[in-house]
Design a protein around this ligand. Structure first.
Ligand code: FAD
Length: 389
């Protein structure tokens, strides 16, 4: 491991952005270590062997951002299609558009309502909660936002499946807001830019790693060779924060997903990319039909691939997907953040990405925070010899 200016642990979008910028902008040699047998982290996709359809191995990923800089940066590596994500939910044999919008409300209550009528109706239904207690439950907070009928139909069962907990027992803090739109806008994301990489995620991610000054080592766990890295070499670590410190502050809680794949002998199984299943009696949370992400491609017409998602809390061997963020997790996170600051000051290790900071990050956020780390910490370190800490 001699001769590298920087070691990056993890080849997800955070790690690749740091590696790409450091190599291209500062002309430095970067070693990227990746535990898995592929690069790209959770944005990785592959061609389904039975159908030829591009499938995202870790759940459906749609790129979206309103940030001009991030959009310009990602467009260096890929063009994007004009895909606009729309989602639906199935409840008692009816399909409704998501997020809840005027079409959902009119369909649910069985008549046309103007935006003002719909707003008044939801406000009246939400008023049953009255003054919220200081620490409201998910159920109390949810009803106060959307009223009981919509909460019971679209949020109660889905939330119970996501968290495997009765929403009465879940803290209201889990939901900052439940989006309700009083117009017919049913686009899932509101960002200026949205799309899918024209020739797939893996092509995009490979171009980010293509600089000859970047060496990517797959199937390599940082912890198995950390001692071989020369002392003082700066490290950007994007693996789990608690693992870095040997879980000394306790384990940070995550939810994981189990994916169930099925090849159906039809061209089009459900007519859209994602359908949520709102009812608790259906064990999975959503069904994803990947062919709909690329209507511009000529996929074969006799079969389609579907992936159903089941949510549960992650055990030691599971992939961490969404931070649970209980009060205990937040306490542990404070301890880890303090340890991380010390580690940066004493050993030149920076922590970043969704695992390294214990927070859910969309792809554009992971890239944006990596660009900020590059400019604020890595450039001054190499150009002005300023300490990382
Ligand atoms: P990751 O992609 O997780 O990369 C971290 C890498 O570090 C991994 O490859 C891991 O193997 C590696 N690693 C960990 N420990 C070690 C170690 N000890 N040694 C070596 N390597 C290690 N974002 C969107 O913008 N749009 C979406 O539609 C969207 N959908 C999503 C759906 C799901 C189900 C999930 C879970 C996430 C979704 N995201 C989406 C978020 C997106 O996945 C993240 O923004 C992105 O993965 C963050 O990149 P990262 O580099 O921080 O982390």
């Amino acid at each position: 491991f001699e001769g590298y200016d920087l070691v990056v642990v993890g080849s997800g979008l955070f790690g690749l952005t740091i590696a790409e910028r450091t190599a291209a902008e500062l002309d430095k040699r970067v070693l990227v270590l990746e535990r898995r047998d592929h690069h790209g982290g959770n944005a990785y996709s592959e061609v389904d062997p039975d159908t030829g359809i591009e499938v995202h191995r870790y759940g459906p990923h749609i790129f979206h951002t309103s940030n001009e800089r991030i959009w310009a940066y990602v467009n260096r590596f890929t063009e994007f299609t004009g895909y606009r994500h729309k989602a639906f939910t199935l409840y008692q044999g009816q399909v409704y558009p998501l997020p809840v919008n005027l079409a959902t409300i009119c369909q649910f209550f069985g008549r046309y309502l103007t935006p003002d009528e719909a707003r008044a109706l939801i406000a009246e239904q939400a008023a049953e909660i009255g003054q919220l207690p200081p620490d409201p439950s998910h159920e109390e907070k949810g009803i106060s936002l959307v009223g009981r009928p919509l909460y019971d139909a679209f949020f109660r069962g889905y939330t119970a499946k996501q968290w495997q907990t009765d929403p009465k027992e879940l803290p209201g803090s889990v939901i900052a807001r439940l989006p309700v739109r009083f117009d017919f806008n049913n686009r899932y994301f509101n960002d200026t830019y949205e799309g899918l990489p024209v020739d797939g995620y893996t092509a995009w991610l490979s171009r980010m790693a293509a600089d000859p000054r970047i060496d990517l080592r797959l199937n390599t766990d940082f912890f198995e060779l950390a001692d071989a890295i020369p002392d003082g070499t700066p490290v950007v670590y994007t693996g789990p924060l608690d693992r870095y410190f040997r879980y000394s502050g306790g384990r940070l809680g995550w939810r994981t997903l189990d994916f169930e794949r099925e090849v159906a002998p039809v061209r089009d199984y459900q007519g859209t990319t994602t359908i949520n299943y709102a009812e608790e009696s259906v064990p999975f949370t959503r069904n994803v039909e990947y062919r709909h992400m690329h209507p511009e491609r000529s996929y074969r017409g006799d079969r389609t691939v579907l992936v159903r998602e089941y949510s549960r809390s992650a055990g030691d061997q599971d992939e961490p997907y969404y931070p649970i963020n209980t009060a205990g997790d937040r306490d542990a996170l404070r301890t880890y953040r303090m340890l991380a600051r010390q580690e940066t000051a004493e050993r030149n290790v920076l922590f970043g990405g969704r695992l390294g900071t214990y927070q859910y990050l969309d792809m554009h956020m992971a890239i944006g925070s990596a660009l900020a780390m590059f400019e604020n910490r890595i450039v001054p370190y190499f150009r002005d010899r300023r300490p990382l800490g």
